[in-house]
Design a binder for this molecule. Structure first.
Ligand SMILES: [Zn+2]
Length: 229
């Protein structure tokens, strides 16, 4: 009988414990779902308030770096473009001619006591004539001594490059065209007073005080500028 009483007590304790566990489980689930609901609700309630705060802070810094990158990039772009424009980096204006093939004829005498004031670069007829530097073509001129000629103004607005005895202009070459360094602007010929069959480019460099008066300049020797590139 004592054993039975103990068994009943044990069962009663187990049942009570089971009920307690079940109660604790039910009670613990309810607050959790309520807490979950209250926890998940604040973020949805806060997120509209948080998002507008975060968005302006994102949109404000983003224009600033893009403005900086825009203002910084053009400066390196213009500065590497500037050195080739300078007269120290002139391209030899006849295709395929190497610096050591040039001869200095700047002081050579010409008819009527004139001095050459230029360089002659012999080449077969039709050899491409290249722009020595970037620069606007300010005049295409048919000259009695020079024949078919080109006047090109350097970006410094005071240096004139003069190409003469040309056979013909390259396609698309007209006054106002900004030729790039190395661009084919014409072809070697023997026009003007070159002498029939004496195919060469007559090239000179002059410094003008007024770019509108492109023909009134003081000639400087192109030879060291073409050799020393
Ligand atoms: Zn000449």
């Amino acid at each position: 009988m004592a054993n039975r009483a103990r068994l009943r007590l044990f069962i009663a304790i187990v049942m009570v414990l089971g009920i307690l566990v079940a109660l604790v489980w039910v009670l613990s689930r309810r607050p959790q779902t309520e807490q979950m609901a209250t926890v998940t609700l604040p973020p949805t309630a806060n997120s509209p308030g948080v998002a507008p705060v975060a968005e302006p802070s994102l949109t404000v810094p983003s224009p600033l770096p893009s403005v900086e990158s825009i203002t910084v990039e053009p400066t390196p772009l213009t500065s590497p473009a500037a050195p080739p424009d300078s007269s120290t980096a002139l391209l030899i204006p006849v295709a395929g001619v190497r610096p050591e093939q040039l001869s200095d004829t700047f002081q050579a005498s010409r008819s009527q006591g004139r001095v050459h004031d230029a360089i002659d670069i012999p080449a077969p007829r039709g050899t491409p004539v290249l722009a020595v530097s970037d620069g606007r073509i300010v005049k295409l001129f048919q000259s009695v001594p020079g024949g078919t000629t080109i006047y090109q103004l350097a970006p410094d607005n005071k240096t004139i490059y003069y190409y003469a005895h040309l056979d013909r202009y390259a396609d698309g070459i007209k006054e106002g065209h900004v030729a790039r360094r190395g661009e084919v602007i014409a072809y070697v010929g023997d026009t003007g007073n070159s002498g029939a069959g004496n195919y060469h480019l007559h090239f000179s460099i002059s410094i003008v005080s007024d770019p509108k008066r492109y023909w009134e300049g003081t000639n400087i020797n192109p030879y060291p500028l073409l050799r020393g590139r």
